[in-house]
Design a protein around this ligand. Structure first.
Ligand code: NAG
Ligand code: NAG
Ligand code: NAG
Ligand code: NAG
Ligand code: NAG
Ligand code: NAG
Length: 231
């Protein structure tokens, strides 16, 4: 390869890179970017705070990369976000409360990271449109928030493989659309006779197809109405 053809390629590269940067900066200025989907790549480093400046963003898909560090609280500025998909990274720390305040979100997945802390008690009120809530395979502790029952469109609730403690809130039975309910591999229950009484109530969730309660501290016997979970 001659010296002149090499520099020609460089000029081209710099030209296209320049155009890309111009596009990105004008997107930022006018904030028209609605859809940012970079899932299943090998991206490394931290999720950058400036993503929170794409104020029109409604889809943020950064799943299955190697992002690490904490989730920037600036993402809480994305007040039109509907789809937050961060699963399968190496995010650590706690989830900033601002993230649980994006009331427009209906798809929330942070499965398989190294996040810890608690799920906020009022989460069903701050995220009222939740349809999918996937927080499994992290290190969340504390009880399951009973307020999730207020997210009345919830269909899939997956909190498996964490360190959650306490009872399964009975009022989750009011979630008529619930299809999948994964609570396996936590520290739920008290090894007591009435630990599974919530199943009496879940009999109301007629759409329920998967209920995984394995590997917890549930005691007692299976209540009869589980037969009503006919599906
Ligand atoms: C986001 O926008 C605000 C104001 O529009 C600006 O002050 C801030 O520096 C921006 N943040 C980043 C990380 O670019
Ligand atoms: C996650 O981060 C830790 C330390 O920050 C590192 O040791 C580990 O290899 C990372 N895991 C993956 C899957 O990237
Ligand atoms: C969440 O939103 C409410 C109402 O919009 C606001 O009062 C509160 O300060 C917000 N919390 C955080 C942590 O941003
Ligand atoms: C949870 O934390 C423990 C120690 O604090 C650690 O060994 C484990 O890998 C963590 N699990 C996940 C899924 O991050
Ligand atoms: C949340 O749901 C409970 C019942 O599950 C209900 O008593 C309470 O009023 C609801 N709160 C709001 C703010 O809707
Ligand atoms: C179950 O459904 C019945 C009939 O629709 C209703 O009266 C009852 O309040 C429901 N129970 C719960 C726990 O949601």
């Amino acid at each position: 390869m001659t010296h002149s053809s090499l520099s020609y390629e460089w000029v081209l590269l710099i030209f296209f890179y320049g155009i890309l940067l111009m596009c990105m900066s004008s997107c930022l200025k006018s904030a028209i970017l609605g859809y940012l989907y970079l899932g299943v790549n090998n991206l490394i480093g931290n999720i950058q705070a400036w993503i929170g400046n794409f104020s029109s963003l409604y889809v943020l898909g950064l799943f299955e990369n190697n992002f690490q560090g904490s989730i920037p609280s600036d993402l809480g500025h994305l007040q039109g976000l509907k789809f937050l998909h961060l699963n399968g990274n190496n995010q650590s720390g706690t989830i900033p409360p601002q993230i649980f305040n994006i009331s427009s979100v209906y798809f929330f997945s942070i499965t398989q990271n190294q996040l810890h802390g608690s799920l906020p008690p009022d989460i069903g009120l701050t995220l009222p449109h939740l349809q999918v809530f996937y927080c499994g395979i992290n290190n969340f502790t504390r009880p399951i928030p009973a307020s999730l029952s207020n997210a009345s469109q919830l269909q899939r609730l997956a909190l498996e493989k964490n360190g959650l403690i306490g009872p399964v809130p009975r009022n989750l039975a009011s979630l008529q659309g619930l299809v999948g309910h994964y609570l396996n591999s936590n520290k739920l229950g008290y090894v007591k006779d009435d630990d599974l009484n919530f199943l009496n109530f879940l009999a109301n969730c007629t759409n329920l197809k998967v209920l995984d309660l394995g590997n917890n501290y549930f005691g007692g016997v299976l209540p009869n109405p589980i037969a009503n979970l006919s599906n």
